[in-house]
Write a protein that binds this ligand. Sequence first.
Ligand SMILES: Nc1ncnc2c1ncn2[C@@H]1O[C@H](COP(=O)(O)OP(=O)(O)O)[C@@H](O)[C@H]1O
Ligand SMILES: [Mg+2]
Length: 296
Amino acid sequence: MDQAAKLRMMANSHQQLNPKIQKAKIITVASGKGGVGKSNVTMNIALELAKQGQKVVIIDADLGLSNIEVLFGIVPSYTLSDMFFGKKGLMDILTPGPYGIHFISSGSGVQDWGQFNSIQLQNCITQLQPLDQMADIIFIDTGAGVSQNVIQFIQASDDTIIVTTPEPTSIMDAYALIKTLKKNIFFVDHFPTIHLLVNRVDNKREGREVFLKIQQVTQRFLDISICELGFVPYDYKLIEAVKRQQPLCMIYPKSAAAQSFSTIAKNLLMIPHEEVQRKGLGDFMKKIIHLLGGVI
Ligand SMILES: Nc1ncnc2c1ncn2[C@@H]1O[C@H](COP(=O)(O)OP(=O)(O)O)[C@@H](O)[C@H]1O
Ligand SMILES: [Mg+2]
């Protein structure tokens, strides 16, 4: 059986098991400053969730700079660019990774979602929609900075993970990102839950201090309460894994950072179901297009 046939079977069996058709939970991973560890965090948490029985898909939305595939050491046959240009479908661009997870690389032809016309975007929505039944969790790994695209992704998601390091510049930029989100009128009704992850800490205490510092200022100046997702220590093993192009959680499962990723994955699964119904990928894409000013 080829890969595409396997995926189709997976989608069908999942639908039969879940007659009510559960929508996937969409989690956007963002940061103010670049290079804080978003892609490594996304990949390793995704793998830990997969180990815990979750069906996970990662969409690499760092447009033009896809690097999830480099971290996996897997060359995708096709990318999101191929789908946008109407050449390929979902089953072609879903690249299988370890532990049954899949990822979608953005490829190099997409610079900005705003570059597409409504027909291309509509085609993309239709193509991506089956992911809602195939995945329990879909991670959107974004590029650096407070770009319009990143804000739109956060607006359209169920949950957001903001990654920071203990460096003052990174803390300032994480705060600036939350402030920019707050300014957005879209959030008048429902501000998305922000889970803070502090990466590259010396110890647990430093992680806690950084969280409390950001929590204090967002509470005081923005009236926003953020949640503590956890911390990941600075770990040479992670750098070695990046160099070897193999996921840390697979080659060094006992390392301090891998243990933290496992704890964070458990924390994520313990987040109570929102009262608001899950948006799912269909709603997510529609919202993105709406925010881009398109009509569908
Ligand atoms: N916990 C960590 N310990 C040590 N180095 C880390 C850690 N997290 C990230 N790094 C380093 O930071 C680099 C950038 O990480 P990456 O996930 O690509 O960041 P981003 O996606 O935010 O740009 C990695 O290649 C690695 O060298
Ligand atoms: Mg990245």
